[in-house]
Design a protein around this ligand. Structure first.
Ligand SMILES: Cc1cc2nc3c(=O)[nH]c(=O)nc-3n(C[C@H](O)[C@H](O)[C@H](O)COP(=O)(O)OP(=O)(O)OC[C@H]3O[C@@H](n4cnc5c(N)ncnc54)[C@H](O)[C@@H]3O)c2cc1C
Length: 462
């Protein structure tokens, strides 16, 4: 039987980035992807002059590891920074309200009541509390008060992660903030200390996409990995054999199989759960019980003349308690140039998640109509969109709901008991592309140590 040192199942950004790091470190790696293209959720579509993203529309980075990855992979040359804009909006009592980005602006903002503003200043004086099982809602309410939850962080969690802040696990979703509290006693003290200590080493925070859209990220990695990637390989079975794994897949030319010393599962959790079921029931259950949010991205194109509002800025988010159907809207024409025909605007709108899970079953026509009517009211739109596209994801994002930190630890414990098996996907350690790249480097380093390749010697296997 054919042998390979490391086999990765799934060619989304999690699998691709891991394969790229392993390859760079001189490890033998192969990646099997069930689809005819790599990228998983990430894909860019160009139609009638409108360029849209099926899922991720940009990378938000503040980590040096990601900066290094972009430099080493040559992706930095293709990077396009988002247009700097200080304008962001929030829905407040059914209307668009500009979010203050500086403390001084907040003092005068009508978004917060006087008691809400005063509550923020108490943050450094609130004692450390909570614990591993605290929800985001409880965590933010405890440290910053109700208004900050309802009007800022809650909207971010439901708008960008499709999560319910009352159910989402604070330790898993906001690891940096919870760590600040645990380490320094308060956010304010933590930010102050870190600013002094880290000023020289931290990467500057930036949001970016690539020339040609997010698809360039996966295409460049795929090109560099070339022979290591097999598309149209749907893995149907994995089994333990000697000190490694036998993997079977359906391909266009029949069934294929191989032996791998290391096996990385980079598929969504339900697929990993099914593959692991005959081998480890406990791990199967931990993976199978992960809940997913469904999401639809409704892209609408308008002629500039059709919209009264200037529509310049990042877009808006909807706090969980507001009655709008939309989770939020990204104003793509304002963030990146050359995404629309001349004098046109492109709004990518997010529908579903924990707010309206039922909307995934609506027809595309209904999704477009509902979104258009809500935007009409908010932005002063006349007529109908001149162009539209809907991308629907039944299992869009894993929800880090419930005691998710405990679940992640339990998954890691089960994996540690099975030699050479790893899970590397967006249900462990963060859903963002930034987190996926960071985790990929960490896993590749672990495997390279196991293989001995970091020290120039390759271990025997088989
Ligand atoms: C609507 C939306 C908007 C988002 N916006 C952003 C954003 O702006 N910025 C950001 O950083 N993140 C964003 N994200 C999150 C980010 O895009 C995802 O978390 C990330 O792309 C997931 O990557 P992954 O590799 O873990 O999983 P996936 O992309 O799901 O990849 C899994 C792969 O496994 C393959 N596979 C499945 N079964 C098998 C099998 N049996 N055999 C072989 N292969 C198999 C699949 O075909 C797929 O290619 C967004 C997500 C969504 C849904």
């Amino acid at each position: 039987m054919r042998q390979v040192e490391t086999l990765i199942i799934g060619g989304g950004i999690s699998g691709l980035a891991t394969a790229w790091y392993l390859n760079q470190q001189g490890n033998e790696v192969e990646l099997w992807e069930s689809n005819s293209r790599t990228g998983g959720k990430i894909a860019t579509h160009c139609n009638e002059g409108f360029t849209t993203e099926q899922a991720a529309s940009m990378v938000l980075n503040f980590r040096p590891e990601v900066t290094q990855f972009l430099n080493k992979s040559g992706l930095n040359e293709h990077k396009i920074l988002r247009t700097p804009t200080s304008k962001r909006y929030l829905i407040h009592n059914g209307k668009l309200q500009q979010l203050p980005m500086k403390m001084a602006g907040m003092v005068f903002s009508p978004l917060w009541s006087l008691s809400g503003k005063l509550r923020l200043f108490l943050e450094p004086f609130i004692f450390k509390g909570g614990g591993e099982h605290e929800s985001i809602a409880d965590f933010i309410r405890r440290r910053l008060g109700n208004e900050m939850l309802d009007k800022a962080l809650g909207a971010y969690i439901s708008g960008t992660l499709a999560s319910d802040p009352e159910l989402a696990d604070s330790y898993s979703v906001l690891p940096h903030l919870t760590a600040l509290e645990q380490r320094y006693g308060s956010f304010t003290a933590g930010i102050f200390v870190r600013k002094i200590l880290n000023r020289k080493t931290a990467s500057v925070a930036e949001g970016f996409s690539f020339q040609g859209g997010m698809t360039t990220l996966v295409q460049q990695l795929t090109q560099q990995l070339n022979d290591c990637i097999h598309t149209d390989y749907k893995v149907t079975k994995i089994s333990v054999y000697k000190k490694g794994w036998i993997i079977k897949a359906k391909t266009a030319s029949g069934e294929t199989s191989c032996f791998a010393k290391n096996l990385i599962l980079s598929t969504p959790a339900p697929v990993a759960a099914e593959l692991i079921k005959p081998i480890n029931h406990e791990l199967h259950q931990l993976l199978a019980d992960i809940q997913y949010a469904s999401l639809s991205v409704v892209h609408l194109g308008f002629h500039r003349k059709q919209i009264k509002h200037p529509v310049s800025g990042t877009g808006f988010l909807t706090p969980f308690k507001e009655k709008l159907t939309l989770n939020g809207s990204m104003w793509i024409h304002s963030l990146f140039s050359q995404r629309t025909p001349k004098d046109h605007l492109l709004l990518s709108n997010y529908l579903g998640g924990s707010r309206h899970p039922e909307s995934i079953d609506w027809s595309n026509e209904k999704k477009i109509n509902v979104v258009t009517e809500e935007l009409r009211h908010l932005l002063g739109i006349t007529g109908n969109p001149v162009w539209a596209r809907v991308d629907s994801h039944v299992q869009a994002l894993p929800l880090y709901h419930g005691r998710y930190t405990v679940r992640q630890h339990a998954i890691q414990r089960q994996l540690a008991s099975m030699s050479g098996l790893y899970c590397q996907a967006n249900y462990l350690g963060g859903v963002s592309i930034r987190d996926r790249i960071i985790r990929a480097e960490q896993l590749a380093t672990t495997i390279a140590h196991r293989n001995g390749s970091l020290y120039g010697a390759r271990a025997e296997y088989g």
